[in-house]
Design a protein around this ligand. Structure first.
Ligand SMILES: NC(=O)c1ccc[n+]([C@@H]2O[C@H](COP(=O)([O-])OP(=O)(O)OC[C@H]3O[C@@H](n4cnc5c(N)ncnc54)[C@H](O)[C@@H]3O)[C@@H](O)[C@H]2O)c1
Length: 423
């Protein structure tokens, strides 16, 4: 790792101006975060707090960093995925905003973890994670620092699952607020943000026409729902695979074909995994897929497509477009894997649109403030986002969108909280 005089490791400091323009472009669509930033400037709720963040280093994340900085936080930032960094944005954060930034697009695994270590060298009192890698390294190899940490936040489903597992086993050493669990996060970010940007990543990587294609989606959670409706909008024939009976039923009644992956594997032109699970696409599926099938993942980790097995099965692998690898199998069939099986909306496109990250990151900023204020009252477990924060984010977003809603009359309030009145 080459650390600059300002203590950052980014690809090229000369990209800073370009990155600044991207940050300003995203800011136009992040009015809620801007309102919070303005309040933070005056109130300084994070004054002097050392905060280490492990997030996708995008222009939207940069706006969150500037909000936290405006609130008085002393920041370090590293990437939460080797392929999700925008190098220009990283340069702007490190250069123009003097925020310690450790992120290079395409960094190898060793550098990825060196960057996490560098963010932990900042000795955080607050952690902000996307996938729980920062928290995991802290608990595994930096235990001496754990007493300095007052709390943390977690952005995504997979991270929340890992953190709950830590809490259940009694090893979580400080409180974490699960930002993902806010309605104003997963109902919008996971569904509309990942739904749209996953399609964007697939199209940018391949320029393939979706209309008329059989588009197989593994997992009908928040991300799967959003992706399915958007793929349908493009004219694709959408197939859903699930392991949860309720979700499978929901997919069927939403109008999608539901079947086992073993059957879908024979039919699909495009496969996207969004389960947060492991080896959802495996040997038995690769064996029956059509020549030319496209495989992508938009779940958090690159664990959903068994690339190790695919590699073993392949007689040759070559890069055919910037984000596309062709695996040639011994029977001459070709399978195309996008973005090395990493989340394709970031590996092949720019991640979520700013308008949706506005809400996710408003939750992050308000939860950081909440932890700073309430850390002493919190136990070492995973907390949901307080309802007041969730509704505040929705209220501010509606205001920014110039949408007004009704309020209950006194009579309606009384009626809705009573039990005596019937027909
Ligand atoms: N790409 C991004 O930017 C982005 C954004 C948000 C979330 N995520 C990630 O996407 C993944 C899904 O998130 P979510 O919020 O939709 O989670 P979710 O828990 O709402 O949905 C996951 C679904 O996958 C199903 N599933 C699990 N194993 C399966 C299998 N083997 N086959 C078929 N279905 C299976 C589950 O039953 C569940 O319905 C997580 O890893 C999350 O961290 C990525």
């Amino acid at each position: 790792m080459k650390v600059s005089s300002r203590g950052s490791d980014v690809k090229d400091g000369k990209l800073a101006q370009q990155g600044q323009e991207l940050i300003e472009w995203a800011a136009r669509e992040m009015p809620v975060l801007e309102l919070i930033r303005q309040r933070f400037v005056n109130e300084q709720p994070l004054r002097g707090l050392r905060l280490s963040a492990c997030l996708h280093v995008t222009s939207e994340t940069a706006n969150l960093m500037l909000t936290l900085k405006a609130g008085g936080a002393d920041l370090a930032l590293c990437a939460s995925n080797p392929l999700s960094t925008n190098d220009a944005v990283a340069a702007a954060l490190a250069g123009q905003h003097a925020i310690k930034t450790y992120a290079i697009r395409g960094e190898d695994n060793d550098t990825y973890y060196e960057h996490i270590e560098a963010a932990l060298d900042h000795r955080p009192q607050l952690t902000m994670d996307d996938g729980a890698d920062l928290v995991s390294v802290l608990h595994k190899s930096r235990r001496d620092q754990l007493t300095e940490v007052v709390g943390g936040t977690e952005e995504t489903t997979t991270g929340v699952i890992r953190l709950r597992a830590m809490a259940d086993r009694g090893v979580l050493a400080y409180p974490i607020v699960a930002v993902n669990e806010a309605d104003t996060k997963h109902m919008f970010d996971n569904r509309y943000g990942t739904g749209q940007s996953t399609i964007d990543g697939i199209i940018r990587s391949t320029n393939v026409l979706l209309a008329g294609k059989t588009f197989v989606i593994a997992g009908y959670g928040w991300v799967g729902r959003g992706l399915a409706s958007r793929a349908k909008g493009h004219g694709a024939d959408v197939v859903v695979t699930e392991v949860d009976a309720v979700k499978a039923l929901e997919a069927a009644m939403d109008g999608f074909r539901v079947m086992r992956m073993g059957d879908a594997a024979r039919e699909g032109d495009i496969f996207v995994t969004v389960t947060g699970d492991v080896n959802v696409l495996d040997r038995k599926h690769f064996e029956v897929m059509k020549d030319g099938a496209i495989l992508a993942n938009s779940g958090h980790f690159n664990s959903e497509i068994n690339l190790k097995v695919l590699d073993e099965m392949a007689s040759g692998v070559r890069q055919v477009r910037p984000s596309v690898q062709e695996y040639r199998l011994s029977d001459a069939r070709r399978l195309f894997v996008l973005g090395e099986g990493r989340l394709i909306n970031l590996a092949g496109a720019e991640g979520h649109p700013a308008a949706v990250m506005d809400m996710s990151f408003a939750n992050q900023a308000l939860c950081a403030e909440y932890i700073a204020k309430h850390a002493k009252e919190l136990e070492h477990r995973v907390y949901d986002v307080p309802d007041e924060i969730d509704s505040e984010v929705a209220r501010l977003k509606l205001r920014a969108m110039d949408i007004s809603i009704d309020t209950l009359t006194e009579e309606q309030r009384r009626y809705l909280s009573s039990w005596e009145e019937g027909t």
